[in-house]
Design a binder for this molecule. Structure first.
Ligand code: CP
Ligand code: NVA
Length: 321
């Protein structure tokens, strides 16, 4: 279906399956747009439409194979603020669950809506959906990555520290999971330093690590959380047991030395920011004192999902370079 105009000046379908889909300089432009659009509507009620209402008449299908609070709500609110609408569907309620193929589903959705956001168990299923879709497909989390989350994380860090994220040092503590993989991708695209502390059996995706290093990023993978946190500007973690993980007991055992607590935060820079994509498992990967403490930016991080999704939707539909 390539060749159909989907936004001002854009003639190819733009899928957002990974941060690198934004192209050279694209993540920086996306962040700038997200900050600017957030500031332009500061103080307005959440349900009001932005003055330019760029997505008037546009509809997003938001499909979920797994639970969601933030991704689900933020895409719906994002579409409302851009002047459009969202239809949210549990994948289990669709004919996908009865054997209709992903490709046929993509073709049908492309006739109904202007963009599709999907949270899927398998990244390969999202790639298959995009391959057959005539409208943009957005990755709302897979087993491999969570790029929408990281746009909000980057925004939050820049707001808190008051400087571009390119000059920061991040410490990832815990599972080398989908969220970690997207931070690795961001480090490669924006050039910030990253130290990942994880048990050796739970490391991040090797191909994404190689790609980010090829772009020139300084990324270390070690098994010592205290060393990783030393002097960090950002300390970030996530659950030890992600949706779909079936080895919870082994994980809870393997990660017990990887908790973000006040002792660990004390090793980071005095101005360090704590991030967590949420939902948090208090007492496991993070203690109450940290997530509820003054260095925690997790509530801003969650609220910024709306502004991140808006920039992603505008890029996918051709309103941003
Ligand atoms: N962080 C995040 O994606 O949250 P949800 O699972 O609630 O969407
Ligand atoms: N790593 C977590 C992120 C949840 C938003 C998971 O995949 O369950």
């Amino acid at each position: 279906m390539s060749g159909i105009a989907i936004g001002p000046g854009v003639t190819d379908v733009r899928h957002f399956l990974a941060l690198s889909d934004l192209g050279p300089g694209g993540l920086r432009r996306l962040l700038d747009a997200a900050h600017a659009r957030k500031q332009a509507r500061a103080g307005r009620p959440n349900g009001t439409v932005d003055d330019d209402a760029p997505l008037t008449g546009h509809v997003l299908a938001a499909i979920f194979e797994k639970p969601s609070t933030r991704t689900r709500l933020s895409f719906d609110i994002a579409m409302r603020q851009l002047g459009g609408e969202a239809i949210t569907i549990a994948a289990g309620d669709m004919q996908l669950g009865r054997g209709e193929t992903i490709a046929d589903t993509a073709r049908v959705l492309s006739g109904f809506v202007d963009a599709v956001m999907i949270r899927a168990n398998r990244h390969s299923d999202v790639e298959a959906l995009a391959a057959a879709a005539g409208v943009p497909v957005i990755n709302g989390l897979t087993d491999l990555s969570h790029p929408c989350q990281i746009v909000a994380d980057l925004m939050t860090v820049e707001e808190r520290l008051g400087r571009p994220v390119a000059s920061t040092r991040w410490a990832w503590i815990g599972d080398g999971n989908n969220v970690c993989n997207s931070i690795i991708e961001a480090a490669g695209l924006l050039g910030f330093d990253l130290v990942i502390a994880c048990p050796s059996a739970y490391g991040p995706n090797a191909a994404l690590l190689d790609a980010a290093r090829m772009r020139g990023a300084s990324i270390e993978v070690i098994d010592d959380p205290a060393h990783a946190a030393c002097g960090a500007d950002i300390v970030v973690t996530d659950t030890w047991v992600s949706m779909g993980d079936t080895d919870a007991d082994a994980r809870l055992h393997a990660f017990r030395a990887f908790q973000v607590n006040p002792d660990l935060m004390a090793r980071a820079a005095a101005h360090a920011v704590f991030l967590h994509c949420l939902p948090a498992h208090r007492g496991e990967e993070v203690t109450d004192a940290v997530i509820d403490g003054p260095q925690s930016a997790v509530w801003d991080e969650a609220a910024n999902r709306v502004h991140a999704q808006k920039a992603i939707l505008l890029w996918a539909l051709g309103w941003l370079d």
